[in-house]
Structure formats: C-alpha cells, structure tokens
Design a protein around this ligand. Structure first.
Ligand code: S3P
Length: 152
C-alpha cells in the first residue's frame, strides 16, 4: 500500500460550501488546504471568469485537469475542487486511488442563493432551471463517485 497519509478531496455543486468546509476540516486535522480554482487563478495570474471569457470552457477544463494531475500526487492535504471538475472521469480516477472523495451534499436552493449574484461563468450563462438540471445530473454523479457523503 503506497499511501499512508490523509488525503481528502471535496466535491459538490457551486455554492455547496466546499472551501469553507474544507478549510475548517483541514485546520482541525492539521492538514494543508488547497482550493483548485484559487490555485489556478494564482498560478495563471487570471481569474476563472476571464479564462472562460478569453479562452472558453474547454480550455479551462484542460487547465483544471493539468492542475488535478499535480494535486493528486500530494500527501496530507484537503483539496476543494470546482463544481465541474469531476464531470471528467479522468479527474476522478486521478484522485480515487489515494484520496477519500467527500461529497458535500447541499440542497439546490441553498447553493443557488449563494451563487446567484456571483460572477461564476455558468451562473451568468445559465437560467435557474438550467442550473437546477445541472445540479440534478451532478448530484447523481457525486453520489456515485464519492466515498463519503456529508449532508449540509
Ligand atoms: C464550475 C465551478 C466553479 C469553477 C468554474 C466552473 C462548474 O467552482 O470551477 O466556474 O462547472 O461548476 P466552484 O464550484 O468552486 O464555484
């Protein structure tokens, strides 16, 4: 068994509270916390919103995948990924061997209230109904791929 640390990756819809929950959990367990979007923004020197605007969603997804590849090698860490990161099975597989995948299961209305006035690219482009449909599809996926589900 190559893994002897505590590696956790948190998934969930936009606005589920992944970063807040992850930060608290990491502090309690004395683990490092990393947020994938924040990491991309800091290292690329451009906001996620601008990446979508300038280069498009497929470019962002590629970028996301590259960062996942490096993050999945880390030990003793809690990572919050983006709401769409695990739509790619490749990303799931990068983490699933060594990381516990936690799904933060927050209801749609709570997520929506938190994100509706944000400038997240998907929120700007999608209607509430479209977001709700995306939520349904992703929730099903998150339930399938996660090791632990936390209702919040
Ligand atoms: C996305 C969620 C965002 C960010 C990007 C795309 C998505 O992250 O990665 O805007 O596809 O759901 P959060 O879930 O942290 O908002």
């Amino acid at each position: 068994m190559k893994n002897s640390g505590t590696e956790i990756v948190i998934c969930g819809f936009m606005g589920a509270g992944k970063s807040t929950w992850g930060q608290r959990f990491a502090m309690k367990k004395e683990l490092k916390f990393l947020d994938l979007d924040e990491m991309i923004e800091n290292q690329e020197g451009i906001s996620v919103k601008k990446i979508f605007e300038r280069f498009g969603a497929p470019y962002f997804r590629k970028c996301e995948m590259n960062y996942c590849r490096n993050l999945a090698e880390l030990k003793n860490v809690v990572i919050a990924v983006g709401g769409g990161t695990f739509e790619s099975l490749e990303n799931v597989l990068m983490f699933s061997a060594d990381f516990a995948i936690i799904f933060l299961d927050t209801d749609f209305e709570t997520c929506y209230l938190r994100i509706k006035d944000s400038n997240r690219p998907l929120v700007v482009d999608f209607t509430k109904e479209q977001l709700q449909e995306l939520f349904r599809q992703r929730r099903k996926l998150f339930l399938e791929i996660s090791d632990i589900v936390i209702s919040s």
